[in-house]
Design a protein around this ligand. Structure first.
Ligand code: HH2
Length: 270
């Protein structure tokens, strides 16, 4: 049997996300978009109400709840895909889980809100712990590492230990190198090249390369939505090096790419 993969489709309910901000701010549009991504093969839909793009301003709890909860309720009721809540706030995660979400994607790896770990532990849901250097507002100003892969691995090890100590089951924990979060082009490429060192932690590895600016730097594509082929290429290489969850805006081409990668590498047509 070949190694499986899950595609996580991005449902941004924000006015300011870097590649699709404002497109799905209307709940009906976001719900329709989520259903389309599920039909294209997304096993997980990642619903977010706060942009994490470089320079983004924080969003208040009430506004974040207002954006995401109606969308989660409807997408969870529709079935066909698990729902992830992309948030750093315990109150938002709690409401999202009550509305039908079963996965918490926290780009701060349980560092921003001291109450979030207990919410995840109590719900017994899956969670993603992501590496980020700095905060979204300032992270791209001067990213610096002596050994980017070693430092990301050490960070994720510490965060996994923290999550376990908070009562989150080991099999519920996924890890993510945080492509583009306090990283230069060279840092992103080194993390992708040596992703097997992150997979060696023994937790499913999530990667989010979708349409990100390092792909624009390499290809010369300034318009984010034109970085689909670049996104598929990066995801295929990440799969080959051990990643298993792929967070993308463009689900159908990513599923095709990963099916071919899986069939080629493992003699399976997953
Ligand atoms: N990237 C973004 C947001 N959430 N979560 C994980 N686990 N990994 C990622 O790489 C990741 C993430 C940024 O992308 P996007 O949602 O498209 O933009 P924005 O944050 O501006 O909404």
């Amino acid at each position: 049997m070949g190694r499986g993969f899950s595609v996580m489709g991005v449902v941004n309910v924000t006015p300011d996300s870097f590649s699709d901000g404002g497109q799905w701010l209307d709940p009906a549009a976001a719900i329709a978009h989520g259903r389309e991504l599920a039909a294209e093969g997304a096993a997980i839909l990642d619903v977010g109400g706060e942009s994490t793009r470089p320079g983004a301003e924080p969003v208040g709890e009430a506004e974040e709840l207002r954006r995401v909860i109606p969308v989660i309720e409807r997408l969870a009721a529709a079935g066909g895909a698990a729902i992830s809540i992309d948030t750093t706030k315990a109150a938002v995660a709690r409401a999202a889980l009550a509305a039908g979400a079963s996965y918490v994607n926290d780009v701060t790896a349980l560092r921003a809100d001291p109450a979030l770990a207990a919410v995840v532990a109590e719900a017994g849901c899956d969670c993603c712990l992501m590496h980020m250097q700095g905060s979204p507002r300032t992270m791209q100003e001067h990213p610096h590492y002596d050994d980017v892969v070693g430092e990301v691995v050490a960070f994720l090890e510490e965060r996994v230990a923290f999550a376990l100590a908070a009562g989150i089951a080991a099999e519920r924990i996924q890890v993510d190198p945080g492509i583009g979060f306090g990283k230069t082009l060279e840092h992103n490429l080194e993390l992708l090249r040596r992703l097997n060192e992150i997979a060696a932690l023994g937790h499913p590895v999530v990667v989010g390369v979708s349409r990100k600016s390092f792909l624009g730097r390499i290809t010369g594509r300034e318009v984010a939505s034109e970085r689909v082929a670049a996104t598929v290429a990066a995801n295929v290489l990440a799969y080959e090096r051990g990643a298993s969850v792929f967070r993308v805006h463009d689900v159908a081409p990513t599923v095709d790419g990963l099916r071919v990668a899986s069939a080629t590498l493992r003699g399976d047509d997953a």
